[in-house]
Design a protein around this ligand. Structure first.
Ligand code: S3P
Length: 171
């Protein structure tokens, strides 16, 4: 049973949609950020503060490799997983990859009350979101499947995700 892998920018709804999809499909849900925090026994923000982004990305890649070796998982990934091609190859080996599309203003609205994302803890988070989204958009666009999340209820997004997963796993 292939994994269902959700990718997309911070605040695109990967965790919420992933939990719902896992319930409906009877699969186990995992979130790469949660696995990283459990393994390192530190919050993501603390890993960034103590060790920096490159070390965080190394840990993230290790976790991606571990999870890609399992099957029947719904995997919500961190927004930066697309930055390393090796992460995508590992996930593709045993999974259906689905990008949850969003835009800068939606991300801002969904993340402005949160403080756990180190990359958005700046004086001008709107601008940071725009810059990061512009840099990463080509990487998200290159993913094989896309579901729009802008102004759409979670259950609709989830229904699209499940349809794509079922098409991808039908023999
Ligand atoms: C990051 C996204 C975060 C987390 C870390 C870095 C990113 O995950 O992995 O703060 O580079 O986009 P979410 O996408 O779940 O917020």
């Amino acid at each position: 049973m292939k994994n269902l892998v959700l990718l997309g920018f911070m605040g695109s709804g990967k965790t919420t949609v992933g939990q719902m999809a896992a319930r409906e499909l009877g699969l186990r849900f995992v979130d790469t950020d949660q696995v990283i925090e459990q393994q390192e026994k530190l919050p993501i923000s603390e890993i960034f503060a103590r060790s920096g982004e490159t070390i965080f990305r190394d840990i993230e890649s290790r976790v991606i490799t571990e999870l890609s070796g399992q099957s029947g998982l719904v995997i919500a990934t961190g927004g930066g997983v697309v930055l390393r091609p090796a992460n995508l190859s590992a996930l593709e080996g045993n999974g259906i990859l689905i990008h949850l599309h969003t835009n800068a203003s939606t991300v801002y609205d969904r993340t402005k009350r949160h403080t756990h994302r180190p990359l958005l803890q700046t004086d001008d988070p709107r601008r940071r979101i725009q810059e990061l989204l512009e840099q990463r958009q080509p990487l998200y666009d290159a993913l094989p499947n896309h579901v729009n999340t802008v102004q759409r209820p979670t259950r609709q997004v989830c229904a699209d995700v499940i349809r794509i997963y079922r098409m991808g796993t039908a023999s």
